[in-house]
Write a protein that binds this ligand. Structure first.
Ligand code: GDP
Length: 466
């Protein structure tokens, strides 16, 4: 059976108490099913309502013949809706009882419980948005900072899609050009013309490489910069964490799907969400022997995008400090010299001069130098000369999604192969095959080429009701 034949329903607002809670229906029977459970004191029927209007009434249980909740209902008729199908949104009072009772009756009257992301999946399957735009929806919901949200919105508006489509158009042109020679083998391709084709491939390769390069920064905005604060016990790691969190604590999220829910702390640094890792672990080190403390703290380094290596300015550097500095050698690290409020004529920076990590002096206790530290963190993550904000406002594309990056890398590899074939005067057919391959890889981003697997993976990330 065609999945799109069903009418789906879900509670689209978060679980818990709220001013209102919305039950959303989508599908060809959305309006008749809603009508079965809707009662208007003025005798109105949803099926008679104009599209995009709101009607006051009650949700009733037609079998028990009782009222469930006082509601307003929005009727949106296809095709100008989120899913391009008929959509009905029932605004209930925002408690679990009215919402669940409404759901139960709608399910009984013929709707099916929506899968995670199924509304957005329908928007994609019905052609309203492409795949990268569908992915942007979840990024908007999950955005931790305004900048991350703006990046996602840009993707939802189709900026990435249109760039990819432009590149694909150029590749199609190239392919047709090459295939013309395959169809008429008596014609020899001139070397000048061949050079033109190679130049075009080169240009497209350059474009793709630029987009790939934007990923590292884009990823930081989307997923946050995972940050490890390391150092031996008592240098002030917890104090530094608190100093960072104090003013700009962004959001605390619960990430489901792990055996225990992890609470993560985000610090907003000029729009960059800093995700401070394993803070519980850091606090834990407090009562441990120094060696064990250092060992635990260093464990956090592996998964980190950047490391803040904390030293205590009030004491001489010792073996444990050096061990920390040694361990962070290959990592993006900022050396944080804490307790700078304490007079410390003896503090010896000598061992640090061996590696050229940026150093920032702070007092976690007094808050001195914390802004400098944030600046240092920002410039360590955002390396391009252009500020991220400017890039977002300009027509630049910043990709944030690993799936997009992988697809572009695949496309790029195929283009290298195609170019190789042309340069070595091997059969044009093979060059054309590689260009087609590259077209397919790019097609995966917008969803013109896709598999059920890719779709499931993408939409399973969504919450139910979106
Ligand atoms: P951790 O074991 O590395 O997490 O260290 P803590 O953050 O628990 O700090 C250890 C001790 O150093 C505490 O008594 C803090 O109050 C103190 N401390 C932390 N940062 C500073 C600072 O900037 N200046 C001063 N004077 N003391 C600090």
């Amino acid at each position: 059976m065609n999945h799109l034949e069903d009418t789906i329903v879900a509670i689209s607002t978060p679980i818990g108490e709220g001013g209102i809670g919305i039950v959303r229906l989508s599908g060809k029977d959305a309006i008749p099913i809603a009508d079965k459970v809707f009662f208007s004191p003025k005798g109105k029927k949803l099926r008679d309502a104009k599209s995009h209007t709101i009607i006051y009434g009650f949700v009733i249980d037609p079998i028990e013949n009782n009222r469930i909740d006082e509601v307003i209902v929005t009727v949106m008729k296809a095709p100008k809706t989120y899913t391009r199908e008929d959509v009905v949104e029932i605004n209930c009072h925002g408690g679990m009882l009215p919402l669940h009772a409404t759901m139960r009756i709608l399910l009984r009257e013929g709707a099916r419980l929506a899968e995670p992301g199924e509304f957005t999946k329908r928007a994609f399957l019905n052609g309203r948005i492409d795949l990268s735009q569908a992915e942007a929806v979840i990024d908007i919901i999950r955005a931790k900072t305004e900048t991350a949200e703006r990046l996602a919105l840009k993707q939802l508006e189709g900026k990435l899609s249109s760039r990819i489509t432009d590149i694909r158009d150029k590749l199609v042109e190239l392919c047709m050009h090459i295939e013309a020679y395959i169809d008429f083998p008596e014609e020899e391709i001139e070397s000048l013309e061949k050079q033109d084709i190679i130049n075009s491939i080169d240009m497209i390769k350059g474009n793709l490489s630029n987009i790939i390069r934007s990923y590292d920064e884009g990823k930081f905005f989307r997923e946050g910069v995972s940050t490890a604060i390391v150092g031996k016990p008592n240098v002030g790691k917890s104090s530094l964490l608190n100093a960072l969190l104090q003013k700009d604590r962004a959001i605390v999220t619960e990430i489901p799907g792990t055996t225990r829910d992890i609470i993560e702390d985000y610090v907003n640094i000029k729009g960059l969400p800093l995700r401070i890792m394993d803070t519980a672990g850091i606090r834990e080190t407090h009562d441990l022997a120094e060696i064990e403390g250092v060992r635990r703290s260093l464990k956090a380094i592996d998964g980190a995008d950047i490391v803040l290596a904390v030293l205590d300015a009030s004491r001489q550097l010792d073996k444990a400090d050096k061990e920390v500095i040694d361990k962070v050698k290959g990592k993006k690290t900022i050396i944080v010299i804490n307790k700078s409020d304490i007079e410390s004529p003896t503090f010896d920076l000598e061992p640090l001069s061996f590696n050229l990590k940026p150093c920032v002096r702070v007092s976690a206790l007094k808050g001195d130098g914390i802004d400098d530290l944030k600046d240092a963190i920002y410039s360590m993550c955002i390396t391009s000369s252009k500020a991220a904000d400017a890039a977002i406002d300009a027509e630049d594309i910043i990709i944030t999604n690993i799936r997009h990056r992988q697809a572009i890398e695949k496309a790029l590899k195929s283009l290298y192969n195609a170019e190789d074939i042309l340069k070595r005067n091997e059969p044009l057919e093979i060059a054309a095959i590689f260009i087609r391959e590259s077209l397919d890889s790019l097609g995966e981003i917008v969803g013109v080429v896709t598999t059920e697997d890719i779709l499931n993976k993408i939409f399973n990330e969504f919450c139910i009701g979106k």
